[in-house]
Ligand binder design. Sequence first.
Ligand SMILES: NC(=O)c1ccc[n+]([C@@H]2O[C@H](COP(=O)([O-])OP(=O)(O)OC[C@H]3O[C@@H](n4cnc5c(N)ncnc54)[C@H](OP(=O)(O)O)[C@@H]3O)[C@@H](O)[C@H]2O)c1
Length: 244
Amino acid sequence: MRFRGQRAVLIGASAGIGLETAKRLGAEGAELVLASRSLERLEGATSGLPGVVGRHQVDATDEAAVKALFAEMAPFDHLSTFVPAAADAAMSARFGRFLEMDLATIQRVMTNRFWSHCFAARHGAPKLRPGGSIVFVSSTMPRKAIPGYAASSAAAGALESLARVLALELAPVRVNVVVPGFIASHGTDKIPESRKEQWARLVSAQGVKRLGEVGEIADAILFLMSNAYATGALLTVDGGYTLT
Ligand SMILES: NC(=O)c1ccc[n+]([C@@H]2O[C@H](COP(=O)([O-])OP(=O)(O)OC[C@H]3O[C@@H](n4cnc5c(N)ncnc54)[C@H](OP(=O)(O)O)[C@@H]3O)[C@@H](O)[C@H]2O)c1
């Protein structure tokens, strides 16, 4: 019960890594304020989950909506945002090599994968209690380039740079980053078949020759939230992918 008496705000908690993080935090005593675009989906995924004290509909890419969400919120201890680069299969299919990708898609990826996380940090940070934390979820891409992922790589790199500065500026609030490898989630079900084949090739070269599980990333997030000495840290949980 590491999180008894603490409150966590999770944006994008109705599926994937966010939902698993909510389940594990709730099981360890945390109070949970959860949000995603579809309140119905969020309620369906989290009904009966221990610790839930609030559920909100928010599009995290809309700064005014994020600001309004936090304006009414009581102080809390931990914040994490789980908006992925591609919101749906149609957008995922538009990913491609840099010169072939339309600029609107690149900008949309930056909005989803960087700006929504940045909006949450900006408007959520003033409500974080001292000793509380923000955990950003990045990816291996800023350190290991893959053709076809220019926009999401740039967005994740921006998120990591932001985290390092915030770890200094927001102290005693702690700011850390989890770096997942290739994780089987609701989101990754939506990627095109060609990309799934590319993932299978990359995963077969890893030390741990399988996709990661959402719980393995949620565990890392809980570790960074609970470890009072961890700030400015980058915790890689990627099955050894970045070593290949
Ligand atoms: N899966 C991987 O392999 C992997 C690897 C590295 C990093 N990551 C990162 O880890 C995070 C979680 O990924 P995931 O695979 O678990 O994603 P996921 O299964 O697609 O779940 C995404 C969650 O975010 C919510 N969401 C999407 N757009 C939103 C928006 N604009 N505003 C508010 N909520 C929104 C979704 O609910 P609604 O649709 O109801 O809004 C859902 O609850 C993402 O930032 C992703 O980039 C994932």
